[in-house]
Design a protein around this ligand. Sequence first.
Ligand code: SF4
Length: 498
Amino acid sequence: MPQKTVYLETMGCQMNVLDSELVLGLLRAQGYEPTDDMTTADLALINTCSVRDHAEQKALSRLGSLKRPKQLHSGMIVGVIGCMAERDPDGIFASMPHVDLVCGPGELNKLPALIEDVHAGRTHAVALSQSLSRRSTPLQRALEYDSVEALDFSRNPEPGPGVLQSYVRVQRGCDKFCSFCVVPFTRGPERSRPPSQIIDETRMLADRGAREVTLLGQTVNSYVNQENGRPVRFAELLARVASVPGIERVRFVTNYPGDFTDDIFEVMRDVPELSHYLHLPVQSGSDAILKRMRREYTVGEYIDLIERGRDYIPDLSIASDFIVGFCGETEDDHEASLLLIERCRFKNIFVFKYSERPGTVARKRAGDDVPDEIKRRRNQELLAAQERISAAANRERIGSTVEVLVEGYSKAAVKAREAEQARGEEVGWRRSDQLVGRTWTDHIVVFPGAPEDIGRFADVRISDATALTLHGTSVRGSWERNRTCGAGSAASPGFESP
Ligand code: SF4
């Protein structure tokens, strides 16, 4: 029987990247093989994001470009999965009648049944999670049966490319209802997975070759579940994941500042496998805007939290998110965000222009009243301020030696090899090819190295720096960390002095 093929394109956040990996595992078990060619695939899926209008427009444009291939390829199934599928199934079918199925992010385990339905002649097959209950507390919900757990366990246990770093979901959904955000509507209420399942999955990933895991949750630090009659909170979960044999580094995203507790800093300080990096979105430097966004903290509380974190972990590196042009944002509010950037000296920031989302409180009760050119200017000003800070901080690292986990080849090296292959040259990788690695503080380091270094640790002396990247040369051949003798210990897992 000829092989069935699936084209799967992923937009949006790490949750979607993980969902796509799990969906591919599920479809492989149904006899599908992945393809890069959307025009000839038997099944074409777009995993969508609803966080900004721009992301939804991009998804619609990709779906539009599947119309012609579907006309030419009888039997092709076109599907929409992810947040946009959950948010607006009727709108998708109305504007894209060639779409056969939509499936929300909490129902992905039902995809094979939906595909069957379409084969059986159903025109529009749908699976959504709108019935999820919000009445119970996060802890009560964590005890409820979660139909998508099966999906997290459907991961391919075989070793393969790209398994060195793996995502592990620890939590689904969000209860915060920030006034601008659509996620609580698309991903449902917050539910934390049982700790034993997270540990089992981490063990399985370590057995197939993972060295680093990133724990994922919309507000990951709010994690709580019950075990043997007592609550297990995020700090304990971190320590337990870090103790899984074979796992050398643990990261986690993303954090909600209002729920961050000092026991997490303590465990980050004390457990050598925990990265010294926090993604801690603040969204604005103005209390008035934070209140309108329904973020449950003030700027002062956010600064206190960062200062406490740096007391516990002196080399803690922090990234943040900002939204510019939120409803009613004045020049003074914007100046307050610039001041916060100067004060906090983030490693990097992600800046988004406010985009009104259907169903949110901000859309219902406030206006999208900041003109686009002002949003654009404010966006550039925040990025310029951060770039100056990042460039200066990275320049200070010239001359120091950092420990990196080597992730693979740099983009430039990959491009060069692809160009050689396109010219029909068979050259393979060279020792002079640039590798890319990440420090314990999430700084990206590029340096020349060999294929066997990938997946191992290396010490790199920094010789040059930009705002985004450190460049250097390896001063010690790549090496396996020895957990028992405390290599990369809690005392100095980040940068050494020049
Ligand atoms: S914490 Fe706020 S911004 Fe983050 S996912 Fe939840 S509602 Fe959205």
